[in-house]
Design a protein around this ligand. Structure first.
Ligand SMILES: CSC[C@H]1O[C@@H](n2cnc3c(O)ncnc32)[C@H](O)[C@@H]1O
Ligand SMILES: [Zn+2]
Length: 440
């Protein structure tokens, strides 16, 4: 009995599977059936397969969809609200008061929809979110067709949507249960940072995460000040304290890590934890520099995230990856650090691995879900093309993103969002801006 026809056959000029590493396939076809990659073969061979739809993509590069491994989606509505400040001043004197005043479920819905639209237009097919009212965020993920890890926010003080950490966890566990079978949503724990969550709550989170086989996503060692403060209060660096509490492991996602000494490196390697690098937020808040090349060479899985739009100020993961590739060279003092192919791997498969999704997404391999991005490299600024990955990382912007598919479903077609109403999203964001700025 012959196999059912492909739902869609894509015929790009270049295809970069990411795994195996460093490979560029020229004139290949990728076939999709039931949301998964069903075929990867040279063009002539691929064309022999019956397909319901065939899409020629000349001058286009097809890659796995980008994975934005850290952000605070609804903070898009605070974009540009408090610029040019160091982390703790930004957070304590501006962002936390604004969140207390403005964040409710409507804010989360409108801000998250804006973030999802911006991310899809930038070639992102999966994002991780750490913010308030995670159930409202998950509704937008469900509706939009994108993939996400939604984390349960936990802090020692009251937050929008939860009077205390116990309530946040109780609601979070309900969400975990509700979404257990969701094909595109994964729930993880999001204790904010070592300086905002006490030992007893971290122990509780460790126990729950173990029981549920869930990720733990946390800002860690973002600044030298944080490390200093932890040494004074706990007699240990933050990562060592978390290790003592049993939080490190393959499901642990350490966001930022601008401060890494030899003992920290050993803890990350031995525990097989992931690091999520957020270079533009670290640069803008002058937080420090994550030693990406050193971590990578030691075997640590390094993913990349934009952080929130209030400290970046965009959700442009392609631009972020370029920044990371350039910055890694400066930090390592070596032009060979984080080459273009590894930078793309960081923005795809490593992100998937950090979120525990690497058996499903992150590379173009038969059997994996068809989360894909097609970039137009036919423009003036990309010529000539010696290596499409070099052109993508060093010579292209997110304006080159042309098509996005998640689980084989088209969410961006020729630069247009297929499921979201861009005009309405912009109007809502403008209305929020006017209200927050006191112009409404
Ligand atoms: C648990 S909800 C998220 C919480 O984190 C705040 N936040 C945003 N960016 C950063 C950052 O770089 N470091 C620390 N905290 C950050 C956000 O405003 C929410 O309050
Ligand atoms: Zn953050």
């Amino acid at each position: 009995m012959s196999a059912a026809p492909l739902d869609l056959l894509l015929l790009p000029t270049w295809l970069v599977p990411v795994e195996p590493a460093g490979v560029v396939l020229h004139e290949y076809g990728l076939g999709i059936r039931d949301g998964r990659i069903a075929l990867l073969a040279p063009r002539a061979e691929a064309l022999k397969q019956p397909a319901l739809e065939v899409r020629e993509l000349p001058g286009r590069l097809l890659t796995p969809g980008l994975v934005n491994a850290h952000g605070h989606a609804a903070m898009t509505l605070f974009r540009g609200l408090a610029d040019d400040l160091p982390l703790m001043t930004w957070l304590q004197e501006h962002i936390w008061p604004a969140e207390a005043k403005w964040v409710d479920e409507d804010f989360i819905r409108d801000g998250t929809e804006l973030a999802i639209a911006e991310q899809l237009k930038g070639g992102i097919t999966c994002f991780s979110d750490m913010y308030f009212f995670p159930a409202a965020t998950s509704e937008l993920v469900h509706k939009s067709g994108i993939r996400a890890q939604i984390t349960i926010p936990v802090l020692d003080f009251p937050i929008p949507g939860a009077r205390d950490a116990d309530e946040a966890l109780r609601k979070g566990l309900e969400l975990f249960d509700d979404l257990k079978q969701h094909p595109r949503l994964k729930v993880a724990f999001g204790p904010h940072a070592p300086y905002t969550v006490s030992d007893d709550k971290l122990e509780n989170i460790r126990m729950l995460a173990e029981e549920l086989d869930a990720g733990i996503h946390m800002h860690v060692q973002e600044t030298a000040f944080e490390v200093q403060q932890s040494l004074e209060l706990h007699g240990a660096r933050p990562l060592a304290r978390l290790a003592r509490l049993g939080l490190l492991g393959p499901r642990f996602q350490a966001v930022h890590m601008t401060q890494v000494d030899d003992a920290d490196l050993a803890l990350l390697v031995d525990s097989n934890s992931s690091v999520i690098h957020c270079p533009e937020s670290n640069l803008k808040l002058a937080s420090g520099f994550c030693p990406v090349e050193r971590l990578w060479q030691a075997g640590v899985n390094v993913a990349i995230g934009t952080d929130g739009a209030a400290s970046n100020n965009d959700l442009d993961l392609l631009g972020e990856t370029r920044t990371a590739a350039l910055l890694a060279k400066a930090v390592a003092g070596s032009a060979t650090a984080l080459d273009a192919h590894r930078a793309l791997r960081m923005a795809t498969l490593n992100g998937a691995r950090a979120l525990g999704l690497d058996t499903q997404i992150g590379s173009l391999e038969p059997g994996k879900l068809a989360d894909l991005t097609a970039f137009d490299l036919s423009g003036l600024a990309q010529q000539p093309v010696y290596d499409p990955v070099s052109q993508l990382i060093y010579a292209s912007g997110r304006n080159c993103v042309e098509h996005v598919w998640v689980a084989g479903k088209s969410l961006l077609d020729g630069g247009r969002l297929t499921r979201l109403d861009e005009q309405r999203i912009v109007a809502n964001a403008c209305a929020w801006g006017a209200k927050i700025a006191g112009r409404a």
